[in-house]
Design a binder for this molecule. Structure first.
Ligand code: ADP
Ligand code: NI
Length: 213
């Protein structure tokens, strides 16, 4: 398995070369590390979590719209490396359940899926989450804040994907919701600290915006 993990890492390094929207290869590598950590503390299959984590964004609809529906990158990689169809389906099933989809988000039906989803969501919050969010907004040419506009709450998947407001609203639309959506106790504990970092950041942001601090 460790050979396969190394191959998967080399594959995604190539796939994500040049990506700067916050869904870059470093995001995937952090998610892989966190997924392994969660797997160990939750008693999940560590190798399976790492493999699914390494491939979790390989067919992301924002980055690879042409392969997303059939998970073509992940499936081709795994079959090139000789995995049996049942294993490929199992890994792709985990990957398909990871993504945040607003009110259409799913709770993964395996412990490994729960660990990978939690790892992906932990990397969306805290200091790293703040940095990624503004990198994403910049990559789409969005303002950091537009006073007078409001976040859109309770969005389903379609509305969430179509959202195009200023970047600071992403905190209310997604990031501040994630702490309470963690599946595993280990991730929940990590999410607490990261959540506070975002709350502190937001109060500082608005105070500086108004010139009161
Ligand atoms: P998932 O990785 O669960 O599929 P997304 O791809 O929607 O979820 O979001 C991943 C990360 O991309 C977010 O945590 C955030 O950093 C960034 N991002 C996505 N949508 C936006 C947005 N509208 N504004 C700012 N950042 C965003
Ligand atoms: Ni991700």
């Amino acid at each position: 398995m460790s050979d396969l993990l190394r191959e998967a890492e080399a594959y995604i390094r190539e796939l994500f070369a040049g990506e700067a929207s916050g869904h870059d290869v470093w995001h995937t590598l952090r998610v892989c590390r966190l997924a392994a950590r969660l797997a160990r503390s939750e008693g999940a299959d560590e190798d399976l979590c790492q493999l699914a984590a390494l491939l979790h964004d390989a067919d992301d609809a924002k980055l690879f719209p042409e392969t997303a529906a059939e998970q073509r990158h992940a499936r081709d990689f795994l079959s090139r490396h000789g995995l049996p169809q049942a294993e490929i389906d199992r890994i792709c099933h985990i990957i398909a359940q990871v993504s945040f989809k607003g009110t259409d988000s799913v709770v993964p039906d395996s412990l490994e899926g729960k660990c990978v989803q939690d790892a992906d969501r932990l990397d969306a919050i805290g200091a790293i989450g703040i940095a990624r969010t503004f990198a994403f907004g910049g990559s789409r040419g969005r303002a950091i804040y537009e006073p007078g506009t409001q976040p859109r709450l309770h969005m389903d998947e379609k509305a969430y994907r179509a959202a195009s407001g200023c970047t600071i609203h992403h905190f209310d639309e997604k990031l501040l919701l994630l702490r309470d959506m963690m599946n595993t106790p280990s991730a929940r504990a990590l999410a607490e600290g990261r959540h506070r970092v975002m709350e502190d950041f937001l109060s500082e942001f608005y105070a500086e915006w108004e010139g009161t601090r």
